[in-house]
Design a protein around this ligand. Structure first.
Ligand SMILES: NC(=O)c1ccc[n+]([C@@H]2O[C@H](COP(=O)([O-])OP(=O)(O)OC[C@H]3O[C@@H](n4cnc5c(N)ncnc54)[C@H](O)[C@@H]3O)[C@@H](O)[C@H]2O)c1
Length: 375
């Protein structure tokens, strides 16, 4: 059924911090598939500030918001420690859930969240919004079609200085509330992209260190990964370098894809670059249309092609997809299990730091949860 025949999904926000103000509230308000009806924050003044600017009723009591018949679904974006309480309470009230990444700090909690949503028969989608970037979607289609052959290597960096993003609170630097300052906040996006683009991860070796920040947190992260398809990955991130560092490379047997994502700079000059040895006649439309020849009479015989997809809001696409899932048009495209499996990589990385060894995945159900003691 098409969206314009559906009633807008009435959404309550759980948390009224920076990501709600910057992304979720404006895209819901501007959307014709959703409507912002309620905002909960344990700090009522934050909930009220958001409803003043974007509409809806402010609450500082989650139960009261969930009891309201005016809410069909919630977006959960509180500090990571509190995701589980928001998601499980919403499921118990029969509300569908879009939960921000990471799904939770511990795998065991992720499992409780997945089970609660399954039991209640509600949608659980996880906010790995980078899957909705145009360049990621093109890269995914190219990989899935076999265009770059077998992907044996993936490399990704995501760095963002601790003072760059206008968070409402400093919970990220309190490991009890966040579970990590870099791995669980930034690198988790790349763990998800690794799974999305290459496949499930079967082993992790981690080097997570504290290098620069005043708080003793992981601000310098390196993960080596083994993929179930035999490939290898290197995912990294930091919280101290004064620029956004953002790039993902896929090295296949028949080509290379470089995704420079949202921060274009002299080093990552194009959002998507593809290297191929195929000539023009063997290119998919998206690449043939993107390629500009050296001279119009010359045929493309292989080389680099740069693609600049329109910069559409990934949060808009994420919301649309979530509302379609709520309306039963398709299953959620990023599931609770995707959130759980990404978290398993984080939990395994912590265990690897502890033991100095590779840790195999999936983890056994009784695998301990630890956060390294950074010095
Ligand atoms: N997908 C992304 O790229 C992305 C980007 C930013 C943030 N996020 C996620 O969104 C979540 C929030 O991040 P943020 O940057 O908005 O944080 P923030 O510090 O800006 O805001 C946190 C808000 O939660 C409220 N809060 C704290 N404990 C609460 C509780 N128990 N119940 C209700 N409200 C509570 C605080 O009062 C504050 O308003 C995090 O999980 C983060 O990982 C995701």
């Amino acid at each position: 059924m098409s969206n314009n025949r559906m009633k807008p999904v009435r959404i309550g926000l759980v948390g009224a911090g920076a990501i709600m103000r910057l992304s979720h509230a404006p895209v819901i308000t501007n959307s014709d598939v959703a409507e912002l009806t309620a905002v909960f924050d344990r700090d009522l003044s934050r909930a009220e500030a958001l409803t003043k600017d974007f509409g809806g009723t402010a609450f500082n009591d989650l139960e009261k918001m969930l009891e309201s018949s005016n809410v069909d679904a919630v977006v959960v974006a509180t500090p990571n420690l509190y995701h589980a309480e928001g998601v499980i309470a919403a499921a118990e009230h029969g509300k569908h859930v879009l939960c921000e990444k990471p799904l939770a700090i511990e795998v065991a909690e992720c499992r409780r969240m997945v089970d609660a949503c399954a039991k209640a028969g509600v949608v659980l989608q996880v906010g790995f919004n980078q899957r909705f970037w145009g360049q990621v979607q093109i890269a995914k289609a190219l990989v899935d079609s076999g265009f770059i052959g077998k992907v044996h290597q993936m490399r990704s960096i995501y760095s963002e200085k601790s003072t760059a993003y206008p968070a409402a609170t400093s919970y990220r630097y309190d490991l009890a509330q966040s579970g990590g300052a870099t791995i669980i906040d930034l690198t988790i996006h790349r763990i998800d992209l690794a799974r999305h683009l290459v496949g499930d991860i079967s082993g992790v070796f981690a080097e997570l260190t504290h290098s620069e920040l005043p708080q003793k947190v992981d601000d310098n992260v390196w993960l080596l990964t083994r993929f179930e398809n035999g490939g290898r990955g290197c995912l990294s991130g930091n919280r101290y370098s004064p620029n956004i560092g953002d790039g993902t490379d896929l090295y296949g047997s028949e080509g290379t894809i470089h995704i420079a994502s949202e921060s274009i700079n002299p080093y990552n000059a194009s959002p998507l670059s593809v290297y191929t040895e195929k000539s023009a006649k063997d290119l998919p439309d998206i690449l043939r249309e993107a390629h500009y020849p050296d001279a119009w009479w010359k045929t493309f015989e292989g080389g680099w092609i740069t693609v600049k997809p329109p910069r559409l809001s990934p949060y808009e696409a994420q919301l649309k997809s979530f509302c379609e899932a709520v309306n039963g048009e398709h299953p959620p495209v990023i599931t609770g299990m995707d959130g759980l499996k990404a978290q398993e990589v984080v939990q395994a990385a912590h265990l690897s730091m502890d033991s100095g060894r590779w840790v195999d995945l999936p983890l056994p159900p009784d695998a301990p949860f630890i956060i390294p003691n950074y010095r």
